[in-house]
Design a protein. Sequence first.
Length: 156
Amino acid sequence: MTQAQVQATSPLSAAPARRPRGKVAVGLLACLFGVLGAHWWYLGRRHAWLVTALALACGFCAYSFYPVWYDNPAFFLLFIPMIDGFIESAVFSLMPDEKFDRLYNAGLGRPTETAWGPVLVAIMACLVGSIVSMFAIAMVVVYTWVAMGWLDGYVF
């Protein structure tokens, strides 16, 4: 037996088996914690730390430098990864099983079996995402109009 064969059959050198990634888990992570890039961490994507660092930096700036955190323009930058999370939640949930397994469960066979879970997650992502998107647009419009003085004299 050669040295390579001994190392390959040794239980110490065997890599631990990775659990298959699920579409429901990815969809829920993207929908609920997409602003932090949690689904990127779960999928093992490169540069997931950049999304998390951007969200934490914007949150720190919004909280630290302004007395009212939602009046800070850095707070509005958080809407970009948040809305992206809702979109990616629907995309991952409705992705065909073969494509999802090929991209994120390579070498594990076909562990993904679609049922109603991914569909319900996609519906939730669309509903919550549309509400949050409308709120984000309204907040940006009101913030801009107040900054320009167009709402002077109006009481909300």
